[in-house]
Design a protein around this ligand. Sequence first.
Ligand SMILES: [Zn+2]
Ligand SMILES: [Zn+2]
Length: 298
Amino acid sequence: MLLHSGSCAVCKTEGELIEISQFGKALCPSCFPAFIQRHVRSLMRRRQMHRKGDTVAVALSGGKDSAVLAHVLKEISWNMRIELVGLHIDMGLGAYSELSERVVRELCEKLRIKLEITRVSDFGVSIQPVGQFRQCNVCGAVRRALMNRTTRNLGLQVLATGHTLDDILQFMLKAVLSGHLDAPRPVLPPSEHRPRKIKPLYFTPEAATSVYADLLELPYTEEQCPLFDPAGRRFNEIFDLLEQKAPMGTIQYAHTMLRAMKRVGKDELKRICPMCGEPTNTELCPICRLRRQQLGED
Ligand SMILES: [Zn+2]
Ligand SMILES: [Zn+2]
């Protein structure tokens, strides 16, 4: 992000401007939030992410990106004819989880949206490494499984997650380097066992979510998850450099890659877990894997 003075691309007012290079525009602080809201709304329309009357479950982690997603969706909800429900998964990770839940509650009160909390502890397990899978991966798999399950149990059709352009770029490059042309898509159509999954911030860079969250004073925590694996973000600098050398280059890269990718994402959930009957793409679902390891169930 660059801060400089000049005249706003929208209202032409002279003063301090916010410039996010991926958007190729400099905007004043009062026009910036509405610009992001229009950007997200137009992607949701173009990609047919919602239908009128949908109630959208919004995955809330306590971090800034999901806070921005909830705020943007709330602001455009009347225009889009959608309702929102906040969804938070308590992963049982001590002080970090308590703090996350506190800021999520504060956010939902501020936005006046209903909040649903699912706790890993209710399943009698805790997040531990399983076989060759590290805790961070186990945590991610369990969180995704519980998000799908909670959305479905609430009878909702759409689950929105706060993945940003920065997340998507990492997935894309990692896929290419491991020989696949595969990455998360903006919309994953619903299947028998899974709601439609949407990523309204797919083309929104984190430089923009940071400014948005701070301008609107959204409650969020910058605390890093104790299981966070920095290897997951090892390509950040490459994309920072790309954006610096070729402004709007990262967004162009994501558009081109998305067009080139023909395959359906990995989140297909083709099997049924023999222990609990939940959909899964591994032999046992992530929660039953933990149950078998920690409770010796079979
Ligand atoms: Zn302006
Ligand atoms: Zn299971």
